[in-house]
Design a protein around this ligand. Structure first.
Ligand code: 0A1
Ligand code: ZN
Length: 881
């Protein structure tokens, strides 16, 4: 295990390397137990660097069996090896030199899934962030860009396929049962983008002609027999390639683009140059086994990894502090792609729901950090929703502030100026400052200040003067290591809705800059006066969620209902409905805790049912309108002293009240939205399924028996409907014989499809209530469960900890103790996975005292364990601080 558990890396300590790496030649002789790697590195001393400076290379769990300098064995006095470095002294002053390092690896026993490992008999690598140093000693940092040649030698029978980055050079039979292949990648790249895959896989092939007329071979490799399930991914890939040309003018730059789907992977996917490696969950789909959400995820992740070819690969990060440079920007690009492929408003609603449920809690808890952090202990722990999703929102705000044309100009300049470089956020921002002539220093605070800003707004209408005066105030909460914050530049898209349904003209204004419908909030406090307002206006703020903030405004349900009915921005309509629902759910929770009966407001019931019944709106939007804030959303809104059981009870009662009143509407929708055509994964068909299933959810909650859900389960002809019916049964009627029957049927039908069985695990892990823990313990002894596979662990243990508020937050603390035990069990095998699952406890301080006490004790149990990984100790210590 790595021992650098105490070392903190600081941004301010960044220095370029002493040596410049020119070329890398790698030769792999693959063997499950003993793979030999020979790495030839051609380097020279950087100009101005002291002639006595040694070369220090990174390593991690390596066994070195050879070391040559310019093909000569190196005297033992000229080098040192420690657990994580190789230091070589006495190197030439100016001339280039060649270091040849031989290492031995054991892919089969590499359970961390970093470096070279085996998954289902396939050799595969994962090098981001610091996995390359587990292959050979190397300057393993993103600002070291080199050209790679890779030779792969392996047994011909078990590994007929030998892949690496770049273009295929050639190969040959070696006459001894082995064969070899050589690859050359002409684009200089950092080591984290290196990849090698070898094994026996099936392939789906296609071609794409780029905008300049070059033909690119496209290949998606999957396990034999699964080829038909890769056709949607191929389609998404071709659409991504075309979109990046149309939207950003970015063309692909190699003769071949490959994707390999593997079943053991710590994350979603990886953008290695020309050879993306994917968690198979984000490649494989067909109607029988994939839900509409799975299809949407595949489309988004295929696009994300492909888009990295320019934002990440051609232009990469100078150091890992700049991770958002590639991730925030690439998420923004994949969001825009999906918005163009699907309904923009519905996509935005889903993004904001995700941002609020994942990033807002991170930003409000002990793990909060800036989008561009300034220190880290374990970089793996910074692949966070803040870096990714908030990073994307920051890019979106830049586009909002600059407007479409200037944003595009800035991107063009960025691509032109920095192609082939490893750069910083400052370099990125400078491009936009230059093309717009704007000072973006205040805007840059979004990268540097953690915490979700809170904007409070109140308005006064003066009928005599026909003015509307808006008082705005922003505060950014204190976060770990940052107590005092500066005011930010918050671009608030807004409208003033008038009595007659029209919108006020915002151009006559004092106290703030307004461009189009964007109000630029830049001071701590701002008083903004709009003139020529002919009736009391209803302000609608943060259209399209133009800024990732919390907004507090006293607004009556009537005003919110008006927005929900008349806003021209569809997202804002949903936002208003959601605000009505959230306020009602919070007060319902207080009612439950006070032992009172729950009040469900008319505005909520009418608003939801009205939206659901409105045939002029697209079905996907109506299903989003019907979907109440989650229990976690309610807890976040309450903020402190949370009782998850009370929240659950309150939400169930509200659901039931809506179900009873809206029964006729829901019956009609369940019928009208039923599909008459063959399954298609397109957004419009998915929207109809979503609306039908939302209606079914209410109907089932309004009834006291599982008949309707059981019937839906029996009738389902696709995985979206089937898994939805299964969840309805299990969550609403966990102990009914119909549920046991459906779970058994599902298991039997899909026992040979691990990805579908993950849904079966997740459904059971998220059954509300204290009894679920025992169910999970039993499921862990299931032959279909495999504690070494990250997807299995995430679907059973991860779903429980992240997505089962009542089950996990048992008042007796058993849920936390169980998780602590699992973390300590997983950590030695796979620290990254353990650390990520542990972040499920990030909001423990907002629980009521008894639960918070149990949670603290469980965290203390982890922290006091001997031999924790850097990954887990970093997370647990920050959570306890
Ligand atoms: N760069 C990838 C994410 C990624 C990060 C670390 C990994 O290590 C296991 C794997 C993937 C992306 O943004 O898609
Ligand atoms: Zn990414």
């Amino acid at each position: 295990m790595r021992t650098n558990t105490g070392q903190i890396i600081h941004l301010e300590d960044y220095r370029p390397t002493d040596f410049v790496l020119e070329r890398v030649d790698l030769t792999f002789e693959l063997d499950p137990k003993e793979t030999k790697v020979e790495a030839r590195l051609i380097l020279h001393r950087r100009e101005g660097v002291d002639a006595s400076a040694p070369l220090v290379l990174d390593g991690d769990e390596l066994v070195m069996t050879g070391l040559l300098l310019d093909q000569e064995e190196l005297a033992a006095t000229l080098y040192d090896v420690t657990d994580d470095t190789l230091t070589i002294r006495g190197l030439p002053e100016a001339a280039p030199f060649e270091v040849t390092i031989t290492t031995l690896l054991s892919p089969e026993t590499n359970t961390k899934l970093m470096g070279l490992y085996r998954t289902n008999s396939v050799y595969c690598t994962q090098c981001e962030a610091e996995g390359f140093r587990r292959i050979t000693y190397f300057p393993d940092r993103p600002d070291v860009l080199a050209v790679y040649t890779v030779n792969i030698i392996a047994d011909k029978k078990s590994a007929p396929l030998l892949l690496s980055n770049g273009n295929y050079l050639g190969g040959a039979d070696m006459g001894d049962g082995r064969h070899f292949a050589a690859w050359f990648d002409p684009h200089p790249k950092p080591s984290y983008l290196f990849a090698l895959v070898a094994g026996d896989l099936g392939v789906v092939e296609d071609t794409f002609t780029t905008l300049s007329g070059r033909d690119v071979a496209l290949k998606i490799y999957v396990e034999h027999g699964k080829e038909p399930r890769a056709s949607y991914a191929m389609d998404a890939l071709k659409r991504s390639m075309k979109w990046d040309e149309d939207a950003f003018g970015r063309e692909y730059d190699l003769d071949i683009f490959m994707i390999v789907a593997v079943s053991d992977f710590n994350m979603g996917a990886m953008e290695n140059k020309g050879l993306n490696v994917f968690n198979d969950k984000y490649v494989l789909a067909d109607p029988e086994t994939a839900t509409d959400a799975d299809y949407a995820n595949i489309e988004a992740i295929i696009a994300h990894e492909y888009f990295h070819n320019w934002t990440g690969n051609r232009i990469t990060c100078r150091d890992w502090f700049q991770l958002c440079l590639k991730e925030g920007l690439t998420v923004y690009r994949d969001h825009e792609f999906s918005a163009d492929m699907r309904s923009r408003a519905v996509k935005r609603i889903a993004e904001v729901r995700h941002l609020k449920s994942e990033q807002f809690p991170e930003d409000a808890g002990p793990l909060a950090h800036p989008v561009r952090p300034t220190k880290y202990r374990e970089i793996n722990n910074f692949y966070t929703t803040t870096v990714y999703e908030k990073g994307s929102e920051v890019t979106r705000m830049l586009a909002t502030i600059l407007g479409r044309d200037l944003f595009k100009k800035g991107m063009d300049l960025y691509f032109e100026r920095h192609d082939g470089q490893a750069v910083t956020i400052e370099d990125f921002i400078a491009c936009f400052a230059e093309v717009s002539g704007r000072d973006l220093s205040q805007f840059s605070l979004w990268y540097h200040q953690a915490g979700t800003p809170l904007v409070t707004a109140s308005g006064v209408y003066d009928a005599a003067k026909q003015t509307f005066t808006l008082s705005l105030e922003q505060t950014v909460p204190a976060t770990p290591g940052q107590s005092a914050k500066e005011p930010m530049h918050i671009p608030l898209r807004m409208g003033l809705l008038l009595e007659d349904g029209a919108e006020a003209d915002l151009s006559s204004v004092t106290g703030a800059d307004i461009t189009g419908d964007v109000l630029h909030l830049t001071e701590r406090k701002q008083t903004v006066v709009f003139s020529g307002i002919t009736s009391r206006p209803v302000p609608s703020f943060n259209r399209g969620f133009s800024a990732p903030i919390n907004l507090h405004i006293e607004q009556s349900d009537d005003d919110l209902a008006l927005i929900a009915r008349h806003e021209s921005d569809l997202f804002a309509r949903w936002q208003a409905l959601n605000a009505i629902a959230l306020a009602n759910l919070v007060s319902a929770t207080a009612d439950v805790r006070a032992g009172k009966s729950v009040t469900v407001e008319r505005a909520l019931i009418d608003g939801l049912i009205g939206a659901a019944a409105d045939d002029t709106l697209e079905p996907a939007f109506r299903s989003q309108a019907l979907s109440l804030p989650s229990e976690a959303d309610i807890a976040r809104e309450i903020g402190a002293d949370n009782d998850p059981d009370a929240i659950h009870t309150a939400r169930q009662q509200v659901l039931k009240a809506i179900a009873v009143t809206g029964r006729e509407t829901f019956l009609r929708l369940a019928d009208e939205m039923a599909s008459k055509a063959a399954f298609s994964p397109d957004a419009e068909s998915a929207g109809r399924r979503a609306l039908r299933n939302a209606a079914l959810t209410y109907l089932v909650h309004g009834e006291d028996n599982p008949a309707r859900a059981a019937e839906a389960f029996a009738a389902a002809d696709n995985m979206t409907d089937l898994s939805h019916a299964l969840a309805l049964l299990a969550h609403r009627f966990p102990d009914a014989p119909e549920t046991a029957q459906a779970l058994a049927t599902f298991r039997k039908r899909f026992a040979d499809n691990a990805l579908v069985i993950d849904k079966w695990f997740a459904v059971q892990a998220t059954i509300p209530g204290a009894g679920t823990l025992d169910r999970i313990k039993t499921l862990m002894t299931e032959p279909l469960f495999n504690g070494n596979n990250p997807n299995r662990v995430r679907s059973l243990i991860g779903s429980y900890a992240f997505a089962n508020p009542t089950g996990f937050n048992r008042a007796d603390g058993e849920g936390y103790r169980f998780l602590a035990k699992q973390i300590l069990d997983i950590d030695p095998r796979n620290p990254q996975l353990a650390a990520r699952i542990l972040t499920s406890m990030r909001s423990w301080r907002s629980l009521e005292d008894v639960r918070a006490g149990h949670a603290r004790n469980a965290l203390k149990e982890i922290v006091s364990a001997t031999k924790l990984s850097a990954d887990v100790s970093d997370i647990v210590e920050r959570m306890l601080k």
